[in-house]
Design a protein around this ligand. Sequence first.
Ligand code: DGL
Length: 267
Amino acid sequence: MTVAPDAPLLFFDSGVGGLSILAPARLALPHAPIVYAADSAGFPYGTRSEAEIAARVPALLGRLVERYRPRLAVIACNTASTIALSHVRAALDIPVVGTVPAIKPAALQSQSRVIGVLGTDATVRQPYVDRLAAEFGADCTVLRHGSAALVQLAEAKLRGEPLDPAIARDALAGLLDQSGGDRMDTVVLACTHFPLVEAELAAAAPHPLRFLHGGEGIARRIAYLTREQPWPADPAPGIAIFTRMDDQVDPLRAALASYGLPRVEAL
Ligand code: DGL
């Protein structure tokens, strides 16, 4: 299939979390035109049911693909990927890259063999996560905790609001207070919002922890899948799309521009 040089990469999340996936992708592919879509009308995903996510995400991506004609879509959201990746792949005729918890690299790197998976409530209960833990972390204790407050903390940080340090502390305590948690040395940031507050998590940790996420691996995967495709010498400015324009969008503009998304549009 021939790809037009100006065909964008489409990144999709419920909110700003996918920016943690966009950032390494922009470094790897600086000429890529970018469309970043945030389903602000459906946010937050982490407290929704599997049925809601499985219905909503493929339908929205279908509309976005029709409108923006991307060459590839990245589901830059663990909740949507662990629930709806196969539905989205079935619905779209372009390559779809998902974001799933980085349990494999965590198991490779952990010395203590106790790993934490910090995600949304919806992600940490997925059979997809059971399978990753069984396949790659069979000799590890894999602790899980879901935090909706940490998702809100990341959104607040990008709006430039003051942050309550208790939120990061409580999220980590959700792992550390479980049996074996005191030996945990590695935490998988299994929600794309969480790398945006990694500094807050590190500051709240009672002992040094290694935080891992899939951003670099996804950037390599996008570069590989598009390796023979042309890019514009001078790509158009990136666009951020919101499914609901409300008073939470305007305060994000400066952060969005710093991620190469100076244009903001409603879907
Ligand atoms: N950023 C999303 C994830 O990776 C979900 C956040 C939310 O909407 O709850 O899971």
